[in-house]
Design a protein around this ligand. Structure first.
Ligand SMILES: Cc1ncc(COP(=O)(O)O)c(C=O)c1O
Length: 330
């Protein structure tokens, strides 16, 4: 693993200032995967304070909640977003009420509590935890940081900074950016960041937006597979969550419509992967590049490999990867 030489000092300065996550150029894994021509980068979100890109959205929501004079913030979460909200809420002196599905893996609940969050276990799915959290926000006048609400604009704006940071290092937009997809919020934010940069003349193109997700059920993937521009309805029984795919599995992806549009207009794709494939890719990333990743997020690298197998790529490829490797209890 190496930071691209040309940009290393600029990146180092920005990282020292705590402003951006590193863009790491793969040196060994790219050859192993057959990416001989195009340079491949990992936008490594593991250096964020709680280890994932969710910190970007959480920081922005807490700032807005403070501006609005609110004292409590709430989300439904499968883990990473809840930790991020708890962390920044504590820093700002806000109360965080985090709803988590009781049946989920929940390895990050202790961290939420350590940051002082009030954790409520929900008998139900992630989607239900989000809906219960939103209802509680309306009933109690709490700040609602859930996806699928008017807060989405704050989240997508926060994630758009990923696009700006990539352009600041590469000098232009890459050929394709691959993103792990659950609700699609992150992918939409990154797309909007590139769109803005293109319109403002900071980039000469908009990259193909590629989604990597679980093969065990995701609304965006299912809609894409059936060629539907509109999100198709999935039932709960059509998805199966596991400790590996929890951040990605979704019978309802709260930002499906916008994500499908972003993928379609950029000439992107959605690819689906098994837990075994994601675990294996995370392991490879660790062994060959010394990058510690959450297996679900390694779906973005698998997706680039599939893209390459489908034909020519014309320029750099970027995969968004989060940190927080953890041993899974199987
Ligand atoms: C590690 C990781 N990757 C991907 C996602 C999916 O992001 P989004 O719901 O914005 O599509 C999440 C969401 O929790 C996540 O924690």
């Amino acid at each position: 693993m190496e930071v691209d030489d040309d940009s290393s000092s600029k990146q180092l300065l920005a990282r020292l200032l705590g402003l951006q996550t590193p863009l790491l150029r793969l040196r060994s894994l790219n050859r192993l995967l057959g990416f001989d021509g195009a340079p491949v980068y990992v936008k490594y979100e593991g250096t964020n304070p709680t280890g994932t890109h969710k910190d970007r959205a959480a920081r922005a929501h807490i700032a807005r909640a403070v501006d609005l004079g609110m004292d409590t913030i709430t989300v439904g979460t499968c883990g990473n977003y809840g930790v991020a909200i708890s962390y920044f809420a504590r820093q700002a002196g806000l109360r965080a009420v985090i709803f988590v599905p009781k049946s989920y893996e929940n390895s990050r609940v202790e961290e939420m509590k350590r940051y002082g969050a009030h954790v409520v276990f929900v008998e139900g799915t992630y989607e239900e935890a989000v809906e219960i959290s939103s209802r509680a926000a309306r009933a109690n006048e709490w700040y609602d940081a859930n996806p699928g609400t008017e807060s989405d604009e704050v989240s997508t704006e926060a994630y758009s900074s990923i696009a700006r940071e990539i352009i600041s290092v590469l000098g232009d937009a890459p050929y394709a950016v691959s993103v792990p997809v659950g609700n699609g919020t992150t992918l939409v934010g990154i797309y909007l960041g590139f769109l803005r940069a293109y319109r403002e003349g900071e980039a000469t193109r908009i990259p193909r937006l590629i989604g990597g997700t679980t093969s065990l059920g995701n609304q965006i993937a299912a809609s894409w597979r059936r060629g539907s521009a509109e999100p198709i309805a999935l039932s709960r029984s059509e998805v199966r969550e596991t400790p590996v795919n929890e951040p990605l599995v979704a019978y309802k992806s709260f930002n499906a419509l916008e994500a499908l549009e972003a993928i379609r207009v950029t000439g992107g794709r959605v690819y689906e992967f098994s837990d075994e494939d994601m675990l294996e890719m995370a392991m490879l990333l660790r062994v060959t590049e010394r990058i510690s990743s959450l297996p679900a997020s390694a779906s973005s690298i698998l997706a680039l490999k599939r893209l390459l197998a489908e034909g020519e790529v014309e320029g750099p490829l970027v995969a968004v990867v989060t940190g927080r490797w953890r041993r899974l209890k199987h």
